[in-house]
Design a protein. Structure first.
Length: 55
């Protein structure tokens, strides 16, 4: 794979983590930023332990 393809896959996984976390406490932008700074795998671990947003 080319470097550009790896970056696009990484950003796509970050976007998925943000979309999945949009109904959690820190929301879409929080999980997107967390997954970019760390890795999408660690962000998904944070997502597993995050509490849902109150309605």
């Amino acid at each position: 794979m080319d470097v550009v393809e790896l970056v696009l896959v990484y950003l796509a996984l970050c976007l998925v983590a943000g979309i999945v976390g949009r109904n959690r406490r820190i929301g879409f932008w929080g999980f997107l930023f967390c997954s970019i700074v760390f890795t999408p795998v660690i962000s998904l671990l944070f997502l597993y332990f995050a509490t849902p947003r109150r309605a």
